[in-house]
Design a protein around this ligand. Structure first.
Ligand SMILES: C[S@@+](CC[C@H](N)C(=O)[O-])C[C@H]1O[C@@H](n2cnc3c(N)ncnc32)[C@H](O)[C@@H]1O
Length: 179
């Protein structure tokens, strides 16, 4: 997908996104993801939601007392998120060139947002941006093209920490404790 296209598409979709995703089980996804991350050594409660969209992928954590920062390429999606979460810092940013927004214990990127990053080099840049925002012991994702590429089922299906590579190639990533 050419640069700019995802942003334009989501700027148009923003007013209807919550309706389109009304039956998505974010509560269940986030509860399971937090438990999964803790089982991989997560300790703190600072989370960066990359490609946060209208905020649906961070609101369950916010409501459980997490400190949240969200970023997304679409200003219209962020506008919807801001209306729901006025105290949350929201930043317009392209995950392929993600600067340092803070020190986070967990970085999430939900609902296939990484699928908009199609080139391996851009994916590496996105994962480097995620790593840049993690505390030394934060939970991060690492692309894994080797034989041990199996992700925890939940992370693979529902709350993707890393989904790498060429469309349909089945490349994956796995959770790692940052050191
Ligand atoms: C399917 S929505 C998911 C939104 C939110 N994470 C959720 O679960 O509801 C995909 C999001 O990815 C964002 N996005 C696409 N490409 C992006 C990029 N390069 N950098 C940052 N955000 C991007 C879109 O603007 C959109 O908000």
């Amino acid at each position: 997908m050419p640069v700019g296209t995802a942003r334009e598409a989501y700027d148009d979709l923003a007013p209807d996104y919550d309706l389109l995703t009304a039956d998505y089980p974010y509560e269940r996804w986030l509860a399971a993801l937090a438990a999964l991350a803790r089982s991989h050594g997560l300790e703190g409660r600072d989370v960066l939601d990359v490609a946060c969209g209208t905020g649906k992928s961070f609101l369950p954590l916010l409501q459980r007392g997490w400190r949240v920062v969200g970023c997304d390429i679409s200003s219209a999606m962020l506008g919807v998120a801001a209306a729901k979460a006025p105290g949350v810092r929201l930043v317009q940013a392209d995950m392929r060139s993600l600067g340092r927004l803070g020190d986070f214990d967990l970085v999430t990127c939900l609902d296939d947002a990484l699928n908009y990053v199609l080139q391996p080099r851009e994916l590496e840049a996105a994962l480097a941006g995620i790593r840049r925002n993690l505390r030394p012991r934060g939970v991060r994702a690492r692309p894994d093209h080797g034989p041990r590429r199996r992700l925890p089922r939940l992370a693979w299906r529902d709350g993707v920490f890393a989904r790498a590579g060429r469309a349909g190639a089945g490349d994956g990533g796995r959770l790692r404790s940052g050191r």
